[in-house]
Design a protein around this ligand. Sequence first.
Ligand SMILES: O=C[C@H](O)COP(=O)(O)O
Length: 249
Amino acid sequence: MRKKIVAGNWKMNKDLVETKTLITELKNAKKTSNAEVMIAPSFTNLWTAFESLKEYGVEVIAQNMHFAENGAYTGEVSASMLNSIGINTVILGHSERRAYFNETDDLLAKKVNTALKNDMCVIFCFGEELDERKRENQENVVGNQIKNGLFHLDAAAFKHIVLAYEPVWAIGTGETASPEQAQEMHAFIRKTLADKYGQEMADSVSILYGGSVKPSNAQEIFSKPDVDGGLIGGAALNAADFMAIVNAF
Ligand SMILES: O=C[C@H](O)COP(=O)(O)O
């Protein structure tokens, strides 16, 4: 059975005090679903979050990392640095990294390799922009992002990879892909995996949806057969909203 996952990407939000407050609120909230829960605070608060949550069943994950093992890369963070504080999962390829930090498919393929080499799991993000959807080119764009970033891997590597489809036009905009649009794209993604690696492997990979998921729409989106959870931005900054989304499973 595929894992059901709800991951909160806090992006560049929450200082240390705010991080501690939100974590306390999350710990006090009631979890009624069996979805795996992850949160991705900023680098500066990963250790505090990890220590606070390590026996609590919420995995603390990183929002990014560098492809090099170490070296002269001022301002960057390596996989082994993350490993050393207990962080074993990293988000790679988020559209904000692609758009504002010029992260290309080739760079992301290197980051994926480094993460896997360091025994980390990867949440690999991709998604089309608004004009690409308007031109009905979304499947081509998404297919290429997946192929260029991941298809150099063998099937076994995908045990450590979760995919996250995030249409750029739905991120932080309040505009959500309809549950039908999400399902249509997730089915295409699974077929893309199946064409390359076979149906059994494709059926084993969790595919998350991200883009303005809220308590009011989570249940309907998560009810779609190829949607295995969500990557949540804005709504993850509020404990009640985030747990309502987790409990939508
Ligand atoms: O990583 C999360 C996504 O970018 C979604 O963000 P959002 O829920 O604020 O639209």
